[in-house]
Design a protein around this ligand. Structure first.
Ligand code: ATP
Ligand code: MG
Length: 265
């Protein structure tokens, strides 16, 4: 039986953002179906890791460095767009606020910030955008301007934009930050539905409550270093989380979900 290539294979990467050394000798391997949560404090390098995956930042070209996406050493932004559905906060912040809802979803076909006159969409693409909006419960906002939607609604449109290509992998950067409890749980339900449909989910977060029960692999990132990588049951303990965030933290658990509370220091 043919063994499929890992989704992502990063070996010994050194990455700078401007003058800041974010990763030094960084390695990370991810296989299809291996849902993972990258957890770590502010500045740990989580968003940089996503930018490394999407090709927005590059490692230094050192002899020992190897970065492969779906087994390929070189990939175009088009390959990334088709195979990875990326939703990040940067996207929401940078989005043209005057884009119409449906256009936000359609823009996923070009990975642009709106649709423009030179971009043409086939009937199939428009139908697909409508199908995704129905799936996410946002079809009634199709003609509303993005800037006039609530944060939760905007977040669902950006998920729709990521899903329009039907990518096998969904990459989420702090997906529920800024959402109220109901919107947060609705959003996580949508993510879980994608997992059930067979998509691999990689999540970057410092909020443990946004890790769905299906995501079992946890990777602790701190100051650009992988401190630990393994199953949730082994890593999500009071001691480990307290040490990751440098303060006393107590975890509570219910129905496969986790929440962090302040501990007594
Ligand atoms: N464009 C940039 N130029 C210079 N340094 C940067 C740039 N972007 C990020 N950094 C630095 O790289 C480090 C990692 O940043 P990154 O955004 O990856 O962290 P993060 O784990 O996503 O943090 P947060 O939880 O706050 O989102 C930080 O020290 C940050 O200051
Ligand atoms: Mg970040």
């Amino acid at each position: 039986m043919a063994i499929s290539s890992p989704i992502l294979d990063i070996q010994h990467a050194t990455v700078y953002r401007g003058d800041t050394l974010v990763f030094s000798d960084f390695s990370f391997l991810l296989h299809a179906g291996e849902h993972a949560a990258i957890v770590g404090p502010n500045g740990a390098g989580k968003s940089t890791l996503l930018k490394l995956i999407s090709g927005e930042v590059h490692p230094l070209a050192l002899d020992e460095t190897r970065v492969r996406l779906f087994g390929e050493a070189r990939w175009s932004v088009w390959d990334v767009r088709k195979k990875l559905g990326i939703v990040s906060y940067d996207l929401q912040r940078d989005y043209l606020i005057c884009a119409e809802g449906r256009n936000v979803v359609l823009s996923g076909f070009y990975a642009s910030n709106d649709t423009y006159e030179h971009q043409t969409f086939t009937r199939d693409q428009v139908d697909r955008a409508d199908e995704v909006m129905r799936e996410l419960g946002i079809e009634s906002f199709a003609t509303r301007v993005f800037g006039h939607l609530s944060t939760g609604e905007q977040r669902r449109f950006l998920l729709g934009r990521a899903l329009v290509h039907d990518p096998p992998v969904l990459v989420l950067d702090e997906p529920t930050s800024g959402l109220d409890l109901k919107s947060c749980f609705q959003y996580l339900d949508l993510v879980r539905a994608q997992i059930r449909k067979g998509k691999t989910v990689v999540l970057v977060t410092h909020h443990l409550h946004e890790i769905p029960p299906e995501v079992d692999r946890v990777n602790f990132l701190k100051r650009g270093q992988v401190l630990a990588d393994g199953p949730k049951s082994a890593l999500l303990t009071n001691d480990h989380i307290s040490s990751l965030f440098d303060r006393a933290i107590v975890l509570v658990q219910a129905n496969g979900w986790y929440q962090a509370l302040p501990g007594l220091s």
